[in-house]
Design a protein around this ligand. Structure first.
Ligand SMILES: [Zn+2]
Ligand SMILES: [Zn+2]
Length: 342
């Protein structure tokens, strides 16, 4: 959901992105070039649905801040970049929706290209959610010296640990204030070549990045291969908040489920559940992990294994985090969008 091509500062074409996604086993990709909406390239390529959104930012703002991921506006939105609220409103008026990109970052001292680009305009409203985990942001945060850069360029998966704490805190704060905030994860793939002394390396090839942090969307029917139908299915799932973010390098998170029921009412991620009596929350994971169920940002249940079940009478905003050991460390694996229990 966050990819750059040669139309901005990425190294590959739309076709190369789709082909890499196919090799990585993805069902869909959404290209989001900086301040350019590219029309007429959407389609199904090698079995991968390729859609086009845009990453919009105000180019004259220094230091850089507040990058916005725009989907479904079907028009060039960069001219509105100077006013984030007006930009979000215009996207909504056109039937599109927005996510705040890499809302918290850590600057790297190794070069001006690696300064943090945070979201700073927290008073905006009307956006769909947050990019809670951006693989390239996390990588940038690891580059605290040239030696560290050299190490993590070759062993990036030893450094990836999970979303930044500041992002999760802010997400919980927004949820506590009554907002519905959907989670997505992004590769922020550029596939650019970087030089460090005599060494050069592509950081990182699209295919490699597409195996790391992904957005999973529950859709009403399987994808059909028809562009208009499939686009509608994916965008409807995103707008409904039926998502989780998976670090699929640690283990595929396909098959994860999080549901709540109360009497005959049922809900999944992104949905609102009205209590009739007790609420039963159920989590299933496709492999073992440490499952944590949070209500309004507080841990209310924890289990080791591949399922968790909690019976409660409490209303609140529930979300799930799952951690898993991978390459010698505990790593974030699955972060679900919330179920809103009323
Ligand atoms: Zn950005
Ligand atoms: Zn980007």
């Amino acid at each position: 959901m966050h990819i750059h091509t040669v139309y901005s500062d990425g190294a590959g074409t739309h076709r190369e992105v789709a082909e890499a996604a196919g090799r990585a086993g993805l069902d869909f990709v959404i290209v989001t070039d900086h301040n350019v909406w590219v029309s007429d390239v959407e389609g199904t390529i090698d079995g991968v649905l390729l859609l086009v959104g845009e990453e919009v930012h105000h180019v004259r703002r220094i230091p850089q801040a507040s990058h916005l991921l725009v989907y479904g506006a079907e028009a060039e939105m960069a001219l509105q970049a100077a006013d984030p609220q007006q930009l979000i409103n215009s996207v909504s008026e056109r039937g599109g929706f927005c996510f705040l990109a890499h809302p918290f970052e850590k600057s790297s001292p190794i070069g001006a290209d690696f300064a943090a680009i945070d979201w700073l305009d927290w008073d905006v409203e009307g956006y769909q959610g947050l990019e809670i985990w951006n693989a390239m942001s996390e990588f940038k945060g690891l580059l605290w010296s040239r030696l560290a850069a050299l190490f993590y360029v070759y062993f990036p998966t030893l450094g990836l640990r999970g979303p930044f704490r500041a992002t999760l805190r802010k997400w919980d704060e927004l949820l506590a204030a009554g907002h519905h905030v959907t989670a997505i994860g992004g590769a922020d793939a550029h596939a650019g070549t970087y030089h460090l002394g005599p060494l050069q390396r592509v950081v990182f090839p699209y295919e490699e990045l597409f195996r790391w942090v992904n957005t999973h969307v529950l859709i009403q029917r399987p994808l059909s291969g028809d562009l208009a139908t499939d686009k509608q299915l994916v965008y409807e799932g995103l707008r409904s908040g039926r998502t989780w973010v998976g670090y699929d390098r640690a283990a595929s998170s396909r098959g994860f489920r999080f549901r709540a029921r109360s009497g005959t009412n049922v809900a999944t991620m992104g949905e609102r559940l009205v209590r009739t009596a007790a609420v039963i929350l159920e989590v299933e994971t496709p492999a073992r992990g440490e499952i944590r169920l949070l209500r309004d940002g507080q841990l209310v249940a924890r289990a080791r294994g591949s399922s968790l079940r909690l019976t409660t009478a409490e209303a609140g905003t529930y979300r799930v985090e799952v951690y898993r050991s991978f390459r010698g460390n505990r790593r974030g694996w699955i972060f679900s969008s919330p179920i809103y229990v009323a």
